[in-house]
Design a binder for this molecule. Structure first.
Ligand SMILES: [Zn+2]
Length: 113
């Protein structure tokens, strides 16, 4: 058991170090052409992150903000059309679990007391 935990911890540490090492990688270019409006924009932490995730298209800050707003709107529309499902219900499920488990234990103790 200790061996497994040790292996997992070692694996996590290695991944953390590997992640730190790879996170030092930077794009060769300091600027990029916005894929939406064509403006030459300077790389930011966000676009560098995207670059590290092998993205080849980047958006300038103003286009990114527009995209984020459009996405938020789409997400909201999707969430209202799928009411009761998705991440919301997953969270609720956890809350229900935490509420039900002690209650079930309490009832069991009283039923056999
Ligand atoms: Zn742009």
């Amino acid at each position: 058991m200790e061996l497994i935990v040790g292996a997992i911890v070692a694996g996590l540490v290695v991944m953390l170090f590997a992640g730190k090492y790879f996170s030092k990688k930077l794009p060769k270019e300091t600027h990029f052409e916005c894929a939406r409006c064509g403006t030459l924009a300077r790389h930011t932490d966000r676009t560098i992150d995207a670059w590290r995730n092998n993205k080849t298209t980047f958006f300038c800050q103003s286009c990114h903000i527009k995209w984020v707003r459009a996405r938020a709107l789409r997400e909201r529309e999707r969430n209202t059309s799928l009411a009761g499902s998705g991440s919301g219900s997953g969270c609720l499920g956890v809350v229900v679990l935490f509420a039900v488990v002690p209650l079930a234990g309490f009832l069991l103790v009283h039923a056999y007391a």
